[in-house]
Design a protein around this ligand. Structure first.
Ligand code: FAD
Length: 536
């Protein structure tokens, strides 16, 4: 007798929504398996804790990519969330959706029902925007979306400087137009991080029909012929087999979901054979089509010392800020670090912004893993729609080992040209008279001696990093390389779906957390509709 109706693998952005919705009737038995520990941590709850989460291994898979030939053979660090809430528990909390054309493109690529007209109502339903509801926003949904409580004055200076450089100011990147610069809205409530776990698991945790197991790492999907029946999972009590009557739903994210399929014998036959895994279902697209937003930074000094820095008196500033946060939930500790930014077009004829900017009123290098003493500001410039494609593969058949992450950054020449143009635009903003008024004209990175395009390109190759949006590795569609259909069912295997960032056929032009929660919500509706249809 199966233990559950549904087993969900991964309690991240998508898995949290699924667990809530599938268990909502109070009777359907749902098991949510999360490899990481619970999320009761100061670092997670307090927005500014993001800097600690990036450097800690407790709530973070702490992955590294294969050496990148186009980035001077560097291995890039890829943090991914490993706790309840998944990456939404360690992310920068920016609430963004991309643009309508991103979703219409999904539909055109073979995903009927995923165009903008279909997904906008879902975004709105999930949302509780503190600014209230309008044509583009919802109120009353579980996901709290707020304005930052006390943005750093330098974030406002950045917006003014970008306007000086010719960019329109935009108060709402998820409104009528995405283009322009401004302050980001964030997934926070009362100055605290509002992860997918806060939004969707807290209310569901008490249900007797929802079992949530943490430190439960799924090692394999169990198949009977071409039907998924259960999972093999390592828990604190050792290895166990858990069985599901209806479906197994993978929500492990763009790195782990394809890895788990491969480990279970579902994927490109040759790749499985190489690691001694019996190929049970030949599916060439598993792990392929990896896309990510590659990002390069400009750092300038802050002679006004209003930035968040390391210098004499910094410890006292931090202590005061902590007390302020404890008292009122505001101040520096309520900051998501990436407070402002925007979406810019590189040419008048561009139909969508090609570049996203993230401005931080602090000097951030190497994801905060390299401390930079002094005071300064960082502008991140990332390319939104790369043409380079990579893959997730296996390094071994050990289910507890990290997979092979090969993003193939800048393997398409157009990507370098676009990132270079975006970087130069970002650099112009960081060197406007307004920014110089605070910075005293001192550019720390790339620095005055990096002037020609060739030098800037070399700087990008030496320093570009991920801005954390890998997607596409179990892509939705109906072509030979699609892994799931438009109802997110794995092609050729019954009772198995993938519901997370991996199903995006193309990366959207923005941050990916809200889109993944939208995917979770749509998938839950499909799963329940399929169940009800089967019952008729
Ligand atoms: C540092 C960082 C900053 C970011 N900033 C932003 C931002 O500001 N705004 C934004 O919109 N997006 C941001 N993102 C991206 C966004 O958070 C992710 O795209 C999104 O959370 C992905 O959701 P997911 O459900 O696909 O995967 P995840 O949320 O990563 O969830 C996957 C879950 O599955 C678990 N899991 C994996 N394998 C197994 C297994 N075998 N067994 C059991 N459990 C397993 C993982 O531990 C994890 O909890 C950021 C991401 C990071 C890492």
């Amino acid at each position: 007798m199966p233990d559950y109706d549904y087993i969900i693998v991964g309690a991240g952005s998508a898995g949290s929504v699924l667990a809530n919705r599938l268990s909502a009737d109070g009777t359907t038995r749902v098991c949510l398996l999360e490899a990481g520990k619970p999320d009761n941590s100061f670092l997670i709850n307090v927005p500014f804790g993001i800097l600690g989460l990036l450097t800690s291994k407790t709530y973070n898979w702490y992955f590294n990519t294969a050496p990148q030939v186009n980035l001077n053979n560097r291995r890039l660090y890829w943090p991914r969330g490993k706790t309840l809430g998944g990456s939404s528990s360690i992310n920068a909390m920016i609430y963004a959706r991309g643009v309508p054309a991103d979703y219409d493109e999904w539909e055109a690529l073979g995903a009927p029902g995923w165009g903008w007209d279909a997904v906008l109502p879902v975004f709105k339903q999930l949302e509780n925007n503190e600014r209230g509801a309008d044509d583009f926003h919802g109120s009353g949904g579980e996901l709290n979306v707020a304005d930052l409580r006390n943005p750093n004055p330098l974030s406002e200076l950045f917006v003014a400087a970008a306007a000086e450089a010719g960019q329109p100011i935009n108060r709402d990147f998820n409104g009528a137009s995405q283009e322009g610069v401004g302050a980001y809205q964030v997934t926070q409530k009362n100055g605290r991080r509002f992860s997918a776990a806060r939004a969707f698991l807290d209310a569901a945790k008490g249900r007797a029909n929802l079992i949530i197991l943490t430190e439960a790492h799924v090692a394999k999907i169990l198949l009977e012929g071409k039907r998924a029946t259960g999972v093999e999972v390592k828990t604190t009590d050792g290895m166990q087999r858990l069985m599901a009557r209806r479906e197994i739903i993978l929500a492990g994210g763009a790195v782990n979901s394809p890895q788990l399929l491969l480990l279970s014998g579902i994927g490109p036959r040759a790749a499985l054979a190489k690691h001694g895994i019996e190929p049970l279902h030949d599916l060439p697209g598993v792990g392929q089509n990896l896309q990510d937003h590659l990002d390069a930074t400009i750092i300038i000094k802050d002679k006004t010392k209003r930035s968040i820095g390391i210098g004499p008196g910094a410890a006292i500033t931090m202590l005061k800020a902590l007390l302020e946060y404890r008292k009122s939930g505001s101040g520096l500790f309520a900051s998501n670090a990436a407070e402002a930014g925007g979406f810019v077009r590189l040419a008048p004829e561009s139909k969508r912004p090609e570049i996203q900017l993230h401005f931080l009123p602090t000097m951030l290098r190497n994801h905060g893993r390299t401390l930079t003493p002094g005071y300064g500001m960082t502008l991140h410039c990332c390319q939104l729609r790369p043409k380079s494609r990579g893959y997730i593969g296996l390094k071994s058949n050990d289910p507890f080992a990290a997979p092979l992450i090969q993003p193939n950054y800048l393997s398409h020449d157009d990507d370098l040209a676009e990132l270079l143009a975006g970087y130069k635009l970002g650099r112009r903003i960081m060197n406007t008279a307004l920014m110089k008024s605070a910075a005293g004209g001192v550019e720390v990175e790339p620095g005055a001696n990096v002037a020609s395009d060739a030098q800037v390109i070399e700087h990008i190759r030496n320093s570009a990093e991920t801005i954390y949006h890998p997607v596409g590795t179990c892509k939705m569609g109906h072509d030979d390389m699609a892994v799931v259909d438009d109802r997110l069912r794995v092609h050729g295997i019954a009772n198995l779906r993938v519901v997370d960032a991996s199903i995006m056929p193309r990366v959207i032009g923005g941050n990916t957390n809200a889109p993944v929660m939208m995917i979770g919500e749509k998938a839950a509706r499909m799963i329940l509709a399929d169940r009800n249809e089967a019952a008729v």
